[in-house]
Ligand binder design. Structure first.
Ligand SMILES: Cc1cc2nc3c(=O)[nH]c(=O)nc-3n(C[C@H](O)[C@H](O)[C@H](O)COP(=O)(O)OP(=O)(O)OC[C@H]3O[C@@H](n4cnc5c(N)ncnc54)[C@H](O)[C@@H]3O)c2cc1C
Length: 190
């Protein structure tokens, strides 16, 4: 387990507390199965990060609580990891869509895959159905076609000042496909 503690300067806990569905660190916390520790004068409690977001900018934090630390289990050794954000510019660009992904291939088929997207729903979203549909499969053209439909079925993008729902859906699908192509290529190299 790797922990990022109270005084660590390198992990933006405000990014988590803000709970913007466009924040870039949040999909990574989902795919890595993070835990957060919340503290207040009443004591501390540990929460699976997947239970932290309860609605658009709504979190499990009580009014008197702070995020003390974030823990990531060390059980993803050997996985291919991938993170991408798509924004209007190279810098100072809040994401139109962002992705974090982990995957591992064994005997030519996907043994495990973990996909999470930001900016495509009121909360950062794990693609549970798409993951299930990929597990145990070979990465080949027919699978890619099915994945496109599955991703579109799971996300709930909106039109807003940064993008359109249609564009976000197209980008979300392309980011997932890009990751699967990377996963297949890594396997070929291994
Ligand atoms: C110009 C600009 C560009 C940006 N671009 C991006 C981007 O590309 N991607 C992205 O993900 N985000 C982006 N952000 C948002 C940025 O990540 C947030 O501002 C985030 O809050 C920064 O984290 P911080 O730890 O500095 O939080 P702060 O800014 O210090 O705090 C933000 C909020 O979180 C609360 N908070 C802070 N720490 C804790 C804690 N430990 N427990 C409970 N509540 C806490 C604060 O009270 C406050 O309400 C951008 C912001 C700006 C202004």
């Amino acid at each position: 387990m790797t922990s990022f503690h109270g005084n660590s300067p390198c992990w933006p806990r405000g990014n988590i507390a803000n709970a913007s569905p466009a924040a870039d660190s949040l999909p990574a916390l989902l795919v890595y199965d993070a835990d957060v520790t919340l503290i207040s004068v009443r004591g501390s409690r540990r929460l699976a990060y997947r239970d932290f977001h309860q609605g658009y900018k709504q979190t499990a934090l009580a009014a008197d609580e702070l995020i003390r630390d974030i823990s990531l289990p060390r059980r993803f050794s050997g996985y291919v990891s991938h993170a991408r954000k798509v924004g209007a510019r190279n810098a100072q660009a809040i994401s139109k869509v962002c992705l974090a992904a982990l995957g591992i291939i064994a005997n030519g088929t996907i043994r495990d895959v973990r996909l999470a997207l930001g900016s495509v729903a009121p909360i950062p979203l794990r693609l549970n159905e798409t993951e299930r549909s990929l597990t145990g499969k070979k990465i080949e053209p027919s699978l890619i076609g099915a994945v496109r439909q599955s991703v579109v079925g799971e996300i709930r993008p909106i039109d807003d000042i940064r993008s359109t729902a249609r564009y976000r859906a197209a980008v979300a699908v392309n980011l997932v496909v890009e990751f699967l192509e990377k996963l297949a290529a890594e396997r070929t190299r291994a």
